[in-house]
Structure formats: structure tokens, C-alpha cells
Write a new protein. Structure first.
Length: 171
């Protein structure tokens, strides 16, 4: 576990995790203001990209509010149900469950087809278990502790095919 903690504390990993947390918190702010708007983010060591039909002013305001709230102790904003970590966890759990449910099904299509109820039950159970596991894993892919993180700028990169903003950070 010490090796894992050392890896997570490496400067580049720490920056990505803090930016990832700020990305999630920004999406929380925007989602509360613009209900039903689809938003996607992608974090880097220097900030994050935000994809979705929102204005530059709204992204700037949301990112600054998110950072302020996180610095004032609202670390939970770094966790988001739409995080890719949740999707990867669900996919992994479902794949393992399906594999196990199909063990011993033989080579014939009929025998695999006969196992479909077991596969459906196993993958459904796996997806239910994956939800809390995905949230738990986010503690390693995000950080709710922004530290000295600051927002340098928010830039509109494109409007087509989807509005894309870049939030640059430092610290």
C-alpha cells in the first residue's frame, strides 16, 4: 500500500487527481444551474477540458465557485456519479460475472443460450455491486483536496461539433 500511496503522491498524478476533482465539482455546479445539459470532462496535469453546450462565462463562474467550495471543505464535490471510473468498474464487474456465469457451458450455442438467465442475473448483481465500488475507487482517481490549485484561465476552444472549453490551472 505504501508503494500505491507513493505513486498517488507523485506531482503529475497529484495534479491530475486535483484537476479531476475540480472537473467533477465544476460539472456539479453546472448541472445544478443547467438541468438536463449533458456535460463531459477530461482532466490533464494542466487543467481539464469540458465538453457541453454551456457558455464560457458559465464554465468560468462554475469552476471558480467549485474551487472555492472545495477549499472551504466541500471535498465531496470531487466525487461524481458520471465519472468514467464508475463506468470502467461496472464494465469490469459485469464482464467477470458473465465469464463466471458462462463457465462450464460447453462449446455449443444451445448450451451458452441456456446459461443466459444465469448471465443476466450475474451481470445485474455485478452492476449493483459496482456502484458503490466505483464511488470508492474514485478516491484514487480524484482528489477533493485542491491544495494550492488555482484557475489560470477558461478558454473556449470550439463550438462544433460540440462546445469545448479548456480550464487551465496551476499550483
Amino acid at each position: 500500500m505504501e508503494l500505491f500511496d507513493t505513486l498517488l503522491s507523485q506531482p503529475i498524478i497529484s495534479r491530475i487527481r486535483r484537476n479531476h476533482g475540480l472537473e467533477h465539482a465544476t460539472i456539479h455546479m453546472l448541472s445544478a444551474r443547467f438541468r438536463g445539459t449533458s456535460l463531459v470532462g477530461r482532466s490533464t496535469p494542466g487543467g481539464f477540458y469540458l465538453y457541453g453546450e454551456v457558455t464560457t462565462e458559465a464554465v468560468d463562474e462554475a469552476a471558480r465557485e467549485a474551487l472555492s467550495r472545495m477549499k472551504n471543505g466541500e471535498h465531496h464535490l470531487a466525487i461524481h456519479p458520471g465519472c468514467g471510473t464508475n463506468f470502467v468498474t461496472a464494465g469490469f464487474f459485469a464482464a467477470i460475472a458473465a465469464f463466471i456465469a458462462l463457465l462450464g457451458s460447453g462449446r455449443g450455442a444451445r448450451s451458452r443460450l441456456g446459461r443466459m438467465p444465469a448471465v443476466i442475473i450475474a451481470t445485474t448483481a455485478a452492476l449493483i455491486l459496482a456502484q458503490p465500488a466505483g464511488f470508492a475507487l474514485q478516491q484514487y482517481t480524484t482528489s477533493g483536496e485542491p491544495g494550492a490549485l488555482e484557475i489560470k484561465s477558461v478558454t473556449l476552444l470550439s463550438r462544433k461539433p460540440v462546445t469545448t472549453h479548456r480550464v487551465d490551472t496551476r499550483g
